[in-house]
Design a binder for this molecule. Structure first.
Ligand code: PLP
Length: 219
């Protein structure tokens, strides 16, 4: 079994190679280490190896793990990559530097209030249900323009788009579509790609890849 430094080096090298193949610089891609379900003891070796961006999918779990880890290492950037209930918007804005799961009107309004109250502006991504799957979070492709307009009206700056393509089919057409939607709406960030497909996501424009298993092992 490789250690944390070796796994991190390996993923970073693959990101750099994929970026290079697409004529992009490696530092235009942010690697988010998805630490959900993993305890602090599993996270510390990656921090020691130099990793600074981490992703969690639940507010409660993040609140129980990260304040202590951040006291040890203050320059951590924490990303919320899972669905967010509107009644947890205040807590999410307090805890996270970036929220990747803005996906509906009620949440836009709750986040606008929470950001104003806390005088904080986390980086925000609208999650798009890129494969129009019944069970999945994210706004539909058709609803995206209206949701972006509503965010702007509410005074929220949206920085990019996030998607989780359908499982068991090639993800590349979905990555290309997310890139095109972001381009069309003048958004600079694209959060796409996980352990199984982050290299193709980088080749198709990902600025943020969310990698769990390849860094931490199986959950
Ligand atoms: C868990 C999770 C990931 C990481 O998945 P891996 O396959 O372990 O890399 C990425 N994005 C989201 C939204 C997740 O929930």
């Amino acid at each position: 079994m490789e250690n944390a430094t070796q796994r991190l080096d390996g993923v970073e090298a693959r990101i750099a190679a994929a970026a290079g193949r697409a004529g992009r610089k490696a530092d235009t891609v942010t690697l988010i280490a998805v630490s959900k379900t993993h305890p602090a003891e599993a996270i510390r070796p990656l921090i020691a190896a130099g990793q600074r961006h981490f992703g969690e999918n639940r507010v409660q779990e993040a609140a129980s793990k990260w304040p202590a880890l951040r006291t040890e290492t203050p320059d951590i950037t924490l990303h919320l990559i899972g669905q967010l209930q509107s009644n947890k918007a205040d807590e999410a804005v307090a805890l996270f530097d970036a929220i990747h799961s803005v996906d509906r009107s009620s949440l836009v309004q709750a986040l606008a209030r929470a950001c104003a109250k806390a005088d904080k502006r986390p980086q925000l991504f609208v999650q798009v249900n890129i494969g129009n799957e019944a069970q999945k979070g994210g706004c539909t492709v058709a609803d995206l323009p209206a949701l972006l307009a509503e965010a702007a009206d509410a005074g929220l700056t949206i920085d990019g788009l996030m998607a989780i393509p359908p499982a068991d089919v090639a993800p590349t057409p979905y990555f290309a579509l997310l890139d095109e939607l972001a381009e069309r709406h003048g958004l600079s960030l694209r959060s796409m790609g996980m352990s199984g497909d982050y290299e193709s996501a980088v080749m198709l424009g990902a600025t943020h890849v969310r990698v769990g298993t390849a860094l931490f092992g199986a959950r």
